[in-house]
Design a protein around this ligand. Structure first.
Ligand code: SF4
Ligand code: SF4
Ligand code: SF4
Length: 265
């Protein structure tokens, strides 16, 4: 998916979410301004009032479609985008919103929150890739802005971008952190895709998987579960950790994350 246009048109759009991933893009600061000089900002409602363009070379999209109208909207955005890249745990995994799927009767959940539910649509929550084909995913909660910047530079140059398939433990151990899992804390870093720099275990908080799984987690996850069971965590407690960012189904290997564009060139 190389973009060799002189000034590619880039959009940054969003669905239901906290908008933190778009904030992370703006938080690139000077680098964002420099990048803006090499592209045409086609639509970025976060910083501009009106959309400038109808079709885009590259669209980043954060958030999750949670309404039937948003499901139609994402299909329309796909039609208008040469390259579509969901960003953040919400868009790539389902996000916190997806916890609803794992709580049994979702109508009950709705009634717990709203008094009158007659007019409220209540579809299952799914990542964007469940509705339309995507070209790449940059996950995390929020995204790693440096990773997005590098991705954008490579794509604009027509190069391949790959997220190395290394677990969080790789970065954690390079920082010489004391291993929280070995101390009996419920860290799922061994099956989670690295690239964030392991900020959570570095401050004593177990990784709970906002970047989603490595491409092959199957047996590793079974082994990790055994370790957690031995530390006294039951199945439900482990599920609740993997559900936190909506990634339980991906971690259990029912869906594959997409973090290389090499097959698209
Ligand atoms: S992934 Fe996290 S930071 Fe990004 S939009 Fe979703 S909740 Fe917000
Ligand atoms: S603390 Fe977690 S991420 Fe770090 S090495 Fe141990 S298991 Fe891996
Ligand atoms: S350490 Fe785990 S939870 Fe923390 S940012 Fe990285 S992937 Fe997300």
């Amino acid at each position: 998916m190389p973009l060799r246009n002189k000034k590619p048109i880039i959009a940054v759009l969003g669905m239901t979410c906290c908008e933190g991933c778009r904030v992370a893009i703006v938080d690139l600061g000077e680098r964002f301004l420099k990048l803006a000089g090499h592209i045409i900002v086609g639509d970025f409602p976060f910083i501009q009032e009106h959309a400038k363009k109808k079709s885009f070379d590259l669209t980043f999209i954060e958030g999750t479609p949670i309404l039937p109208s948003q499901i139609e909207e994402i299909k329309e955005i796909r039609r208008r985008s040469k390259v579509l890249v969901p960003i953040g745990a919400c868009a790539c995994l389902g996000g916190i919103q997806e916890i609803k799927n794992y709580r049994g009767d979702k109508e009950n959940c709705l009634q717990y929150v709203y008094k009158n539910v007659d007019q409220i649509a209540n579809p299952d929550i799914k990542p964007i890739s469940a509705y339309v084909p995507v070209d790449f995913e940059l996950t995390g909660c929020p995204i790693n802005k440096d990773e997005l910047f590098e991705f954008t530079k490579k794509i604009l140059a027509g190069d391949v971008f790959r997220v190395p398939q290394r677990p969080i433990c790789y970065e954690c151990q390079r920082k010489q952190n004391e291993c929280l899992l070995q101390k009996g804390l419920p860290c799922i870093g061994p099956v989670i895709l690295g690239g964030c720099g392991a900020p959570c275990p570095s401050v004593g908080y177990p990784c709970d998987g906002c970047r989603g799984p490595l491409q092959k987690t199957g047996k590793n996850f079974d082994n990790l579960k055994k370790i957690l069971n031995n530390h006294g965590y039951n199945e439900r407690e482990i599920e609740m950790i993997t559900e936190r960012f909506g990634g339980r189904d991906q971690i259990e290997n029912k869906l594959k994350p997409q973090n290389t564009n090499e097959n698209k060139n």
